[in-house]
Write a protein that binds this ligand. Sequence first.
Ligand SMILES: [Zn+2]
Length: 416
Amino acid sequence: MITLDKYSIGMGDRFGRQGKAQLSAIVQARDEGISIVPVWNKSHREHKIIGTHPGEVRAEADAAVRALSYTGRYHVDADHINLANVDEFAAASDFFTLDVAEAIGQRPAEEDLKKFLRACSDYTGRLAIDGIEDVLEVTQGTLERIGQMFLAPVKEAGRIYRRIEHIKGRDNFVTEVSMDESHSPQTPVEMLFILAAIAAEGIPAQTIAPRFTGRFNKGVDYVGDVGRFAREFRNDVAVIAFAVREFGLPANLKLSVHSGSDKFSIYPHISKSLADFGTGVHLKTAGTTWLEELAGVSLAGSEGLCVAKDIYREAMERYEELCGPYATVIDIDPTMLPSVDDWDGAMFAAALRHNQLCESYNPHFRQMLHVSYKVAAEMAERFYGVLDRYEEEIGSCVAENLLERHIRPVFGGNGR
Ligand SMILES: [Zn+2]
């Protein structure tokens, strides 16, 4: 049985060059007593945009593991997949993130809805859950609304899950159900009955990725009410513990935080919940490594800076095309996007790097570059050339970013 450890981090690597650097951060954390399992994730969307194949992610992970003689567990995540593309990922992956956000709100079959309402009717009335201060009020109307919204996506997750099970065999992979790219957040009460439906559907989910309250924009800090997020996160954790006992879901079921990189203001709250409840979390990051590559490239010398500026200039010309697929997870004010013509490498890196204390830091610039990796992919050898040439400098930026800005704040003090 492939079981995901208590603490795990999803690491994206758009161009497949930083596997060793990423793994070195995991090894360094382990030496500091923070035990955390690496998961290399890449979505169908990323593969399409860059022109890579899931097998390349597996090859990169295996190569990094060999190079560092790493003996711990690790996984390869088919991130944000659906029924149309799951087959392409089957051989290379042992972790599957079933993205069913699109099915939210689709009308469920009448028979399915009736079955759901019957199964959940025991929970109507006042529902007390350990760890949640307020008693939850659940009415028949609550259940009906939740069934109407979330039964169709759970049924869809069941279809994808069974497809993977058919190909790979039961227990040979980790299942995550994700609804994070939806238009509105899911409340803890919704989460409870989504989990009831997931259990009834026979999906042994080990992680669940809701959309949380507030904005989880790509590569920048959390935007929203931090106190509210903290309460909601704790309530979600409590609901999961309850659902595991009540519905017989896998004991290691935990939250997965998508677009989890760079959410510095909420990390202390996540960390505290983990400590208070003794629970785990999966922190999924993707593009933050690419941004470190770009910062490293811009600092590496005039040729690197020239490449970095060309990527940005071309991205500006293709603004709609590049931002479109990420519309729900970015907030860019085009009037705040700078001209970089006169900038040196230090200025480019300072505007890009996520240092909120630095006056030059520009979150609009950073998000714009976050979605601009397609331009770098099209440059092909010109971009890969600078990545290879400055491998060492870039690798240390990548490892430092993961360890210092992500692993230690979220898992340090918990992962022992
Ligand atoms: Zn996601």
